[in-house]
Design a protein around this ligand. Sequence first.
Ligand code: C2O
Ligand code: CU
Ligand code: CU
Length: 458
Amino acid sequence: MKRILLAATLAGCAAESSAAPVPYGESAVLTDTNDDPNIVEVYLVAGHSIAEYLPGKPTGVWAYRDGAVPGAVGTVPGPTLRAKLGDQIIVHFRNELHHATTVHWHGPRVPFRSDGSHTSQVPVEPGQAFDYRFVVRDAGSFWYHPHVHGYEQIERGLYGTIVFEGGVTPDVTADRYLVLDDVKIADDGSLPDGTSDHDLKFGRQGNLLVVNGRRAPVDLQVGVGARERWRIVNAANGRYFNLRIPGTRFFVIGTDGGLLPTPYWTETLLIVPGERYDVLVTFDGLFGPLQTIHYERGQQEAPSDPRQLIRLRRGPPVMAREPLPTRWRDLPRMEVTSATPVRRVALGETRLPGGSLVFTINGAAWPDNFDQAIDLGRGDVEIWEIANDTAMDHPVHLHGTFFEVLPDQAGWKDTINVRRRSATRFAVQFDEPGTWMLHCHILEHADDGMMLNVFVRQ
Ligand code: C2O
Ligand code: CU
Ligand code: CU
């Protein structure tokens, strides 16, 4: 019987709801070892560890752990970095993997030397260490992950969440972080070595969905009348999550760059690789599971049935919360006029003469598109038009700053889905000099060339 269930789980989804329940859980918070209340000083280690995605079948993973806790083991996701606006962050990072790696802070603005990208540092070799330092300038929900062969390193479990407090704090019953991912796992629990042609082209999609490193659907009890805040990140290589909860709606209060000036209601929430949303969910009446429904991104897969991520169990009624704030955030818009320069960035895909596939920006695969790099001054406001002439959507991510999607999407973004055969425009401005990256967050595409340098002059 067990065998049959397992086979069905691997095949897709039919048996997911009948598999043994896995309780919802979150990773620990990184220990702040500094007595100064305005300094958060942590020890982060990347190493080899074990996860149990399939019951009784250990999976070898690469994972972060808290280096300040004796005997701590690496977890997927890694420990959460928690701090508040204005704090000084010091991360003493050590690499115990057999591969060179870095840590990139996806979202918060950091000085260039701490960006963790290919251009900001030499990767940290096995056994070596590196200190990342920055001041918290942005409140919101962010994440961290390596910037070396992400399609493999993130896939194997190297990612963790970041919560920076600040600004308006709505009164909620629970404040959770949901890290959505999928793994392509064999029935002995192993993860594959190497990437198939199909996965290279479309971004690898796993056969098992995971929430906070646990096999979906996970079980979560919510009290009747509860109002919960869910911070959600999509940490998958290629999968788009298109979320809904039958019977209730999401109240979207924040995205990549923190709170929105004007929150909005939605029944479905598309979240592409790299992106974050902060939502409030109120559980009164009847409500269904958190599910992901099919989204057509040009991945050439037959539409699938909804798949369950969280089974929501009804708990006892909870006390009413304070009314929601009426003002969330004052966020001045970037000043865009008809004189603002418009820069075109073209996403492409091409077969090389030898037959191999590469992804390109502005006509060539990184780093061969060096001559096509973006060059602008610190403080310059520009409009970038990201044109996608390919047959699939690409989630485009920018390091070093946030942007504002035009014409009128409010809120700061660092990752945006650019639909196939269409273009997306945003206004952008940098205040930190550096050689930042613009890339597709389908990790196979980034590694295979869909990346561009952005030079921001002093
Ligand atoms: Cu989350 Cu450059 O990446
Ligand atoms: Cu990033
Ligand atoms: Cu892509």
